[in-house]
Design a protein around this ligand. Sequence first.
Ligand SMILES: NC(=O)c1ccc[n+]([C@@H]2O[C@H](COP(=O)([O-])OP(=O)(O)OC[C@H]3O[C@@H](n4cnc5c(N)ncnc54)[C@H](O)[C@@H]3O)[C@@H](O)[C@H]2O)c1
Length: 314
Amino acid sequence: MTHVVVTGAQGFVGRALVERLLADGLGARRVSRLTLLDIAFDAPHGDPRVVQLAGSIADAELRARAYGSPVDAVFHLASIPGGAAERNYTLGRSINLDATLGLLEDLRAQTHPPRFVFASTVAVYGEQLPASVDEHTLPAPALSYGAHKLIGETLVADATRLGWVQGCSLRLPGVVARPGDGAGLMSAFMSQLFWKLAADQSLTVPVSPQGVAWWISVGACVDNLLHAATVDAERFNARRSYQMPVLRLTMAEVVDALGARFGADRKALVTYEPDPLIERLFAAYPPLLTPESERLGLRSDGGVEQLITRAMAG
Ligand SMILES: NC(=O)c1ccc[n+]([C@@H]2O[C@H](COP(=O)([O-])OP(=O)(O)OC[C@H]3O[C@@H](n4cnc5c(N)ncnc54)[C@H](O)[C@@H]3O)[C@@H](O)[C@H]2O)c1
């Protein structure tokens, strides 16, 4: 009996993770029960192993239902995005910080400490990045979202020390390619680039062709989350926190590769209208060195062609 809990299961990464857990299991183990938490669900899941719990992870009663039978692993993906958390501090704190602590504290009651994989973010580094970022770069979050995620990483490490969980936080870069209009996310253009060029539709991007970002496909992101949930816990560092390896690519490099995939004429569909704020937040990333993460077995997509394939799969 392997019981896995996923918070934020209806989200972009959550949906992909859920399908992988059902298809491939957790390492060598078949998942026998998969408890999904989110505010609401579009439709019942067809798989009989899935239990959907609609409501907020801020609700202790909902968490108690999720943890009602012994838990082997928790993937904590639910969050309020940076812009929304900035507009509503109380909501951001309640979900991004308080509910994370609640999810960890409630696991004290488990007989065996489950693996707890926490989706952190590159937003912990803040806006003023050094010439190159590595695993010793001190975080300096510039938004409450990043601050609360960074505190969450510390809470995961402390809950591990206390024996409540076997925790690991992974800092996610820009994950592509989110379907739809991006729900108001300032970084939506990074995903829309893929879908629009594939569909032969024009797109205006709010950054310059030389704007450089850190990219990962949703497929590689899920690989890394699953790896963090199954790798020997003895191998984790004391911080229990890792940066996901990334591809560092300019907008023009991604557009060129999409042109090579879907037709060179598609490159003309992109108009660049740089917005200084968006360029600074999403397209001014220095080199990122992640040897420690790679030693643990975490991986980037490896190349832009693979990024495109895995970003658009499924
Ligand atoms: N996608 C990215 O590029 C990216 C980058 C950095 C970090 N992350 C982190 O990775 C995680 C997953 O990202 P995503 O892109 O799938 O996010 P997403 O916004 O698509 O999904 C988050 C899910 O959390 C749910 N949620 C929000 N409040 C909730 C609450 N109170 N109770 C229960 N569920 C709630 C939402 O309904 C949504 O389905 C998030 O924690 C995010 O901060 C993502």
